[in-house]
Design a protein around this ligand. Structure first.
Ligand code: DGI
Ligand code: FE
Ligand code: FE
Length: 188
């Protein structure tokens, strides 16, 4: 799909702020893909669509999770997690994206998972470090991302878990699994 076609599709789904975030994720994902050897075109499309479902009503997302065979335990955790798997579903259905690697990068961009693919890592990290992000620790992750994809990723996941815990939020198990998997592999 042409970049402009994809951007037009996503623009109608997002606020101006979220659209600017998407542009930042797109540029960051392409450069991370080029640096670490992922497919830049897939990174571009996955980044453009990663937050496609961000503003869908909760009841619509709940319905999709229930009827489309997604993990039901998602419904027991923060609804912020839902737009990732629901996005993968809607991007296929409404935008006609069929590439399973791209869809998985969208599906796992919030929680991560064990054994993430290179493309999934690129999208997760680009979402965290795009230039529009301003939170404590993001500059450190940006610096690490210039040299080590996995080290940057583990720091991003760690920061996310710490941030959620400080706010007394629940942590979705896949988020912990992502962290454990990355840490174990870094130790090897
Ligand atoms: O959609 P974005 O804001 O660009 O970023 P995102 O999809 O990475 O994260 C969306 C939100 O989900 C963010 O506020 C953090 C939250 N989140 C990520 N992992 C977990 C989580 N919330 C809970 N409760 N548990 C998690 O494991
Ligand atoms: Fe998101
Ligand atoms: Fe995002």
């Amino acid at each position: 799909m042409e970049r402009q076609v994809a951007l037009n599709l996503v623009k109608s789904q997002l606020t101006e702020h979220r659209y600017l975030h998407t542009l930042g994720v797109m540029e960051t994902a392409i450069s991370l893909a080029e640096k670490y050897g992922a497919d830049p075109k897939k990174a571009e499309i996955a980044a453009i669509f990663h937050d496609y479902a961000k503003f869908r009503p909760k009841d619509e997302m709940q319905e999709i999770i229930t009827t489309q065979g997604m993990p039901k335990d998602l419904l027991l955790f923060n609804s912020e997690l839902w737009h990732a798997p629901v996005g993968a579903y809607l991007v296929e259905k409404e935008a006609g994206v069929t590439d399973s690697e791209v869809l998985d990068a969208i599906r796992y961009h919030t929680s991560g998972r064990t054994c993430m693919t290179l493309l999934e890592k690129v999208i997760y990290l680009a979402d965290y470090i795009e230039p529009g992000r301003h939170f404590p620790g993001v500059d450190e992750v940006r610096e690490i991302a210039k040299e080590h994809l996995d080290k940057a990723l583990v720091k991003a996941v760690q920061n996310t878990i710490l941030f959620l815990m400080k706010k007394n939020q629940t942590i979705y198990p896949d988020t912990f699994y992502t962290y454990n998997d990355l840490i174990q592999k870094l130790e090897d």
